[in-house]
Design a protein around this ligand. Sequence first.
Ligand code: B16
Ligand code: MG
Length: 217
Amino acid sequence: TDKGFIFDLDGVVVDTARYHYKAWNRLATQLGFVFTQEHNELLKGVSRKKSLDILLNIGNITASEDQKQQWMEAKNQEYLEYIQKMTPDEILPNVPYILKHLKEEGHHIALGSASKNAVQILQKIMLFDAFDVIVDGTHVSKAKPDPEVFLKAAQEMNIRPENCVVFEDAVAGIQAAKAANMYAIGIGKKEVLIAADEVFPDFTTMTPQFLGAIWNV
Ligand code: B16
Ligand code: MG
């Protein structure tokens, strides 16, 4: 068909936010300040570099670019240790069913993630082959809320942006999807993802009927 479905990774396909949190939290502790779960919300969907800047801002810390690079590398090393241990059990509920359904309907399926570790994660959870196109943090120069990642995915699927649906858990990701002129489905809380066209708490309440009706309303 001429429809494309773009999935964010962290927070949509898997819950890696808790691993990001553990790794950032270790850094914050080393630097001598408290980094809460609420603070971690600000990092969702945001690039590694931007995440560090937000974290340092919370701790009121300034640092040289060299120092920041070192901290980012240390954080990522720890994060990689967590994701090495991931298994397909960590795929969020109903995601495989929705992917299978969309494929059976002949739709195009893409990954649109800010993460530079996306391919490794997909391999660990055995979902690498489920995506026709993968656009991640290694392919883009502008992070969400810039639409680059999603526009690139649409282009590679050869589908017009207005015929694409994006599944996103982050505010910055919903903004990126809307800036790309796509239909944005939020995964999370309505109060948080206010700019989304529709919000579901997770994939368990999303039906094939709903997805099929998006372009007929
Ligand atoms: P990495 P997504 C994003 O992935 C995460 O939500 C965000 O918390 C993280 O900082 C970013 O990836 C970069 O990740 O350090 O692995 O390159 O939600 O866009 O799939
Ligand atoms: Mg996300």
